[in-house]
Design a protein around this ligand. Structure first.
Ligand code: FDA
Length: 308
């Protein structure tokens, strides 16, 4: 399970300053983040799609504090979608976004701002033939995120959403969203959650992932299985085989920089595989969650501080 101390550090402003401003962390950050600018992420997207992978690009940033910032993030997504179109990548590349980045956590009218700005991004994606998937943040945001999803889907039925197997409510959410045309990205969950709403042991979360996966794979929607866990990938392949689900009726998803050989192996074997490709200056919280998932990554970080 994610390391709790590192997840707390992910929310800490002082740590953000120390880690973000150290030029020494740059090397390891680049293992997980595709760069800070549009042209850098487009170059990585071109390289990955050239190998048969698909990508979903996330402009990093969350917990936006002003409406101007949220509108700026919306504009960044519009520019990104236009660059993807110009680079002829819009079919193999979609975008992922966070409701809190688009204003969801603003104290006044956050929900309405996020719904409007997310709608703008979906309209731009539709115009270039791309799609959008909404990330899921901590458990306090799930109801608002799913409600915005429902509104968006009336106009853009292809909008996807991430659901976190660690949450006790998720099996019910999977059942509600396992209908035709619905795109659900199943993840284990990367936030520190209280036991009142979440399973806390790794075994429980893995068991719940299997349960949610069965619901999605036996349903009529389009499951996006977002895990690096070899046992769960194997289990997905078994469920697809047993249920007669074709390789074009679901996809695997993994994070940029993690198990890259496995990503290529799955794609080479004919399984749709999409890489989640984050970019942007505000990489701190994303980066800390990746460290929290695998504390061995801290060794890479420690080595990057050594001279020579
Ligand atoms: P698990 O953590 O058990 O890892 C299995 C194996 O994968 C490890 O043994 C290791 O080999 C490798 N691995 C996993 N993480 C690693 C890391 N950081 N560094 C190096 N190796 C690593 N979460 C969330 O709460 N909301 C969201 O919207 C999303 N979105 C999302 C999209 C996509 C495409 C993916 C793949 C993941 C997310 N996540 C997420 C993150 C997710 O919740 C989870 O924290 C990570 O995927 C790690 O869990 P695994 O399923 O890989 O299993």
């Amino acid at each position: 399970m994610p390391n709790k101390l590192l997840l707390v550090a992910a929310e800490n402003e002082r740590m953000r300053g120390i880690v973000s401003q150290s030029s020494l962390t740059r090397g390891i950050v680049h293992r997980f983040v595709a760069g800070e600018q549009d042209h850098e992420v487009i170059a990585v997207a071109r390289r990955l799609t050239g190998t048969g992978l698909r990508v979903t690009i996330d402009h990093l940033g969350e917990g936006t504090t002003t409406l101007e910032q949220a509108e700026g993030i919306r504009d960044t997504y519009l520019a990104l979608l236009s660059s993807l179109h110009a680079a002829d990548l819009a079919a193999a590349a979609e975008v992922s976004l966070k409701i809190s980045a688009l204003g969801g956590s603003l104290p006044a009218g956050g929900y309405d701002h996020a719904a409007r700005l997310t709608h703008d991004v979906c309209a731009a994606a539709a115009a270039v033939g791309s799609t959008v998937t909404i990330d899921m943040e901590d458990h306090t945001t799930v109801d608002a995120t799913l409600s915005i999803l429902d509104e968006l889907r009336t106009e853009f039925p292809w909008v996807g959403v991430a659901l976190q197997a660690c949450l006790r409510r998720t099996a019910a959410d999977c059942r509600r969203l396992a209908h035709a045309g619905s795109r659900v990205r199943l993840v284990k969950g990367a936030y520190a959650e209280p036991a009142s709403v979440a399973f806390v042991s790794k075994r429980e979360v893995d068991d719940e992932f299997r349960r949610c996966l069965r619901i999605l794979m036996e349903g009529d929607g389009y499951p996006m299985i977002a895990t690096h866990d070899p046992k769960l990938i194997e289990y997905t392949l078994r469920l697809a085989r047993d249920g007669g689900r074709g390789a074009e009726d679901y996809e695997f998803q993994m994070l940029y920089g993690i198990r890259e050989n496995e990503q290529l192996r799955l794609a080479a074997n004919g399984y749709r595989t999409r890489v989640y490709l984050p970019y942007g200056r505000d990489w701190y919280a994303y980066f800390m969650r990746r460290l929290a998932e695998k504390p061995a990554n801290l060794l890479l970080l420690a080595r990057s501080f050594k001279p020579g």
